[in-house]
Design a protein around this ligand. Structure first.
Ligand SMILES: NC(=O)c1ccc[n+]([C@@H]2O[C@H](COP(=O)([O-])OP(=O)(O)OC[C@H]3O[C@@H](n4cnc5c(N)ncnc54)[C@H](O)[C@@H]3O)[C@@H](O)[C@H]2O)c1
Length: 374
């Protein structure tokens, strides 16, 4: 197939593009940056287009028309940005993504749209004010694609603009699928980690997702900060497991993924953020640390202090993956300890070089400049 991959040089995009090239596909990759795909950027079946899709003059319609399949991974997926630049998050994650979906509808191209597990929001436990007999029952936190309710916080907690923008996009795709001859698949990732996940820039440039934040603290000996005590629980999913499932969605055996939504995650890898910090520190001490340098302390901070006003978090989320198991024969294999070791190894060995390149690209400054100009 000829595949248009938007956001191809991001964390998930870089791993997916590599896999699709290995499987023999021809890829047109669009991204602002290319530093995560440098090792295969010159591949004969890859065309890289360096493009900011917020600019009005890019060749979206022609690129969609020329493709057999469109994959859209472009988004701001960083909680620090939801708080700092909520309108810019809405604009990119909804308005600009909608233009891509509209082009797919117009030219009848199948679209794989990356959404998020954050659409599920919080669990019933947080709304029940202690009224549930067995709040620890995992069924309250296990989310299914086609039956679970979405519970998001109040408007003044503007962190939810990310989940809302993604949810609205999902609803538009669904409606387009009902009214038009439009085929799509929606993917809801549950906390993927692995090599090439976020960079940490500096204090003014937003805060990366939690694994990268802790990793940076370990490397630099700064504090590992637990927002609101680190009681929130997540199911971490290794990028290789995730790519295996996403690639099956790309292949779409017998149309199994037509107009479907898939959770992709590892339900058995549930851990609280506090436990994650402790596990990462233990592994770092065991495998990577210089024994003469003290390990960072784990401290608690309030969400207001860490992110600023408007933050609220999902308390717990476990993916129901029965649909991917049944329709795609997929099963995640990686356990938490092994995936942490593998991801941490990348940071310790390769990360600093790549990080420097990204800083030279002035990533965040570009976002802010564009937001201010709008
Ligand atoms: N990684 C996860 O665990 C996770 C969880 C939930 C949802 N998702 C979703 O999956 C998708 C990919 O996530 P990721 O982790 O790879 O994120 P990422 O930030 O690494 O990748 C996004 C890519 O989009 C590019 N991009 C951003 N703005 C752009 C613009 N204006 N023009 C062109 N390119 C632009 C970035 O440069 C980046 O390479 C996103 O839609 C995200 O919301 C990911």
């Amino acid at each position: 197939m000829k595949i248009l991959c938007l956001g191809a040089a991001g964390f998930i995009g870089s791993h997916l593009t590599k896999r699709m090239l290995d499987e023999g596909h021809t890829i047109v990759a669009v991204d602002i940056y290319d530093d995560k795909i440098t090792e295969f950027k010159d591949h004969e079946r890859l065309t890289f287009i360096q493009q900011d899709i917020r600019r009005p003059d890019w060749d979206l319609e022609r690129l969609v028309q020329d493709s057999d399949l469109v994959i859209d991974l472009i988004a701001y997926a960083n909680p620090g940005l939801y708080i700092k630049l909520p309108m810019e998050v809405f604009r990119l994650n909804f308005t600009e993504n909608l233009k891509i979906a509209d082009a797919c509808v117009k030219y009848k191209r199948r679209l794989i749209q990356f959404s998020t597990c954050e659409v599920y929001g919080r669990t019933l436990v947080t709304c029940a004010n202690g009224g549930l007999k067995d709040p620890e029952n995992p069924s309250y936190a296990t989310f299914s694609e086609d039956t679970s309710e979405f519970i998001l916080g109040p408007v003044e907690k503007h962190r939810w603009i990310y989940a809302c923008a993604k949810q609205l996009l999902e609803r538009v795709l669904h409606a387009q699928g009902l009214e038009k001859e439009f085929n799509y698949t929606i993917i809801r990732p549950f906390n993927f980690i692995g090599p090439k996940i976020d960079y940490l820039l500096d204090e003014t440039d937003g805060i990366p997702r939690v694994f990268s934040f802790f990793m940076d603290a370990l490397i630099n000996g700064t504090q590992m900060k637990l927002v609101d005590g680190g009681q929130q629980r997540r199911c971490y999913t290794y990028i290789d497991d995730a790519i295996e499932c996403i690639y099956r969605v790309v292949e779409n055996p017998n149309g199994a993924c037509d107009k479907q939504i898939f959770n992709i995650g590892s339900p058995d890898n549930e851990v609280s953020i506090r436990q994650l910090a402790e596990k990462m520190r233990d592994i770092y001490a065991e495998k990577f640390a210089d024994p003469s340098v003290p390990l960072p302390e784990i401290v608690e901070v309030s969400a207001d202090e860490f992110y600023g006003k408007g933050y609220e978090d999902s308390d717990r989320r476990i993916p129901d993956i029965r649909k991917a198991q049944k329709l795609l024969g997929w099963q995640p294999k990686w356990g938490l300890r092994d995936m942490l070791i593998d991801s941490m190894k990348y940071y310790v060995t390769e990360y600093m070089e790549v990080k420097k390149k990204r800083i030279d690209g002035e990533f965040m400054h570009d976002i802010v400049r564009h937001a201010n100009a709008a």
